[in-house]
Design a protein around this ligand. Structure first.
Ligand code: ADP
Ligand code: MG
Length: 254
């Protein structure tokens, strides 16, 4: 290695740009062969570095979000879910609701794709650079109760601010006791106009009083959630059942 090469390697390492260290030489050869300008060469080198950094940032955010499985907007079959407008989904997928601290509420019976869409929009958020955290409502309650019993609820709520999108899946499958309802209310109140929340529920808002065991807490929570929100009511048959029926039908045909 000559001294100029050694200097480049040293500087790339000092700037913590491993992709530049790995690619500058090969790109320089290509630049010479193809007669690139200095500007074109610099742009190509920097572009590689930025692309790698974004990809590894996305991968880290997706790993840190704790999604229960991998689902994407592209995999979502809108033909099977006519109650969801494509343009609304496409708009949500741009994630512009996140910097505005707006919320997304997905309501509907089991199997219509609420969790799928929650994860898929979470993945989009991760790709756009927004730290995201996914858990079920029961999981959130457990997390907040642990903090609360350790006298650290406020610390925990403040810590959660670093996530630009919180996903609360499955509100309504299990009823909450008074402490759980209060903890979830505090989470929603803390996020209000500060950071986005995506909530899925199998229960229409009219039955949240039953879920939270308290009409007043439920309506205070709904109030804050929907003030700046896209509320999507999904209808139709369960996709799980459809899959099973397809399998049975195919089996019959064999
Ligand atoms: P929910 O959370 O509403 O109960 P899920 O999102 O868990 O339903 O969906 C159940 C299964 O069906 C998942 O594997 C999901 O990926 C799939 N699914 C549901 N709706 C669709 C759809 N419209 N297109 C593709 N897959 C779907
Ligand atoms: Mg679900």
């Amino acid at each position: 290695m000559n001294s100029l090469e050694a200097t480049i390697e040293h500087l790339a390492r000092a700037m913590k740009m491993p992709t530049i260290r790995r690619t500058w030489k090969q790109l320089a050869g290509q630049a010479r062969d193809e007669g690139w300008s200095h500007e074109e060469y610099l742009a190509a080198v920097l572009q590689r570095q930025v692309a790698d950094r974004e990809a590894s940032g996305t991968a880290l955010r997706i790993a840190g979000a704790h999604f229960p499985s991998m689902k994407t907007v592209e995999d979502f079959n809108c033909d099977f879910q006519p109650s969801l407008r494509r343009d609304v989904l496409a708009h949500l997928a741009t994630t512009t609701f996140i910097p505005k601290a707006e919320n997304v509420i997905l309501l509907g019976p089991p199997g219509v794709g609420k969790t799928h869409l929650g994860i898929a929009l979470g993945v989009k958020a991760c790709q756009q650079g927004y730290p995201t955290l996914f858990d079920t409502a029961a999981g959130w309650v457990q997390r907040l109760a642990t903090a609360h019993h350790g006298g650290k609820l406020n610390d925990e709520l403040r810590r959660l601010k670093r996530y630009k999108l919180l996903i609360i899946d499955e509100v309504g499958y299990l009823p909450f006791d008074a402490e759980a309802a209060n903890l979830l209310f505090q989470l929603i109140a803390h996020r209000y106009e500060q950071g986005s929340v995506l909530v899925t529920s199998n229960m229409p808002f009219g039955r949240w009083g039953e879920v939270f065991g308290d009409d007043v807490v439920a309506s205070a929570m709904i109030d804050r959630l929907v003030h700046h929100a896209e509320v999507l009511s999904l209808a139709g048959d369960s996709y799980r059942v459809k899959n099973r029926q397809d399998l049975l039908r195919n089996a019959e045909q064999v």
